[in-house]
Design a protein around this ligand. Sequence first.
Ligand code: UDP
Length: 239
Amino acid sequence: MNTLNQPYHRVLLKLSGESLAASGKHGIDAHRLSAYVQDIKEAHERGIEIAIVIGGGNIFRGVTGTYTGIDRYSGDQMGMLATVINSLALCSALRHAGVHADVLTAVRMEPVGEFYSKWKADSLLRQGHVVILSCGTGNPYFTTDTGAALRGIEIEADAMLKGTRVDGIYTADPEKDPTATKFDTISYDEIYERKLKVMDLTASTLCRENALPIVVFDMDKPGNLQAVLRGEAIGTIVR
Ligand code: UDP
């Protein structure tokens, strides 16, 4: 494995649950799953240590549940279980592609996955496994973006790579405002001052206070993950 000339040694890759679903649909789309596996496998083969936090929005979100009479606490627990479903799918597909991968859970549920600790995750990463950290933070009232920020800090990742369907952070929503322009780099404070919807405030505050850089990029374009890992200027870097 060649780890020379790479800006990142260890990364936390955040994928949204919705990105696993086909456009406008729920559940897991086989083509999207296999495209992600291909990208992650190539990154892994370059010797980069990869931890992944995946959301559950393609299956269930706690806030949405409250509209149908499910209390927020229970709904959030359902949402965390949704992240486990996605994590198991990704882990299984990675293993099928020949990549050593494990799911750790922030809520105890052996034998579905081992209970998360920083040391367990660190040990697996050092052994060359891709580690999928499920259940977000393990607590209701949080998001998987916050889970990703927290885990990224804990495992001392060099950056949090936030794979989205947009190619970076814009001055306004590019789908609604044709004059919106993209930032190459932006500070955490500017995101806050401009009220840009990059991630929730808890997540961005954690990143800011612990100096964890965030790279927002379009994960749906094949090869983009490799480009980010090579340090190419695609997407937006938040420092
Ligand atoms: N969730 C939670 N605590 C966490 C992370 C997630 O309760 O630490 C629940 C919450 O209900 C959330 C759902 O899991 O809506 C799915 O996560 P998220 O909405 O972040 O998924 P994404 O939007 O990334 O697909």
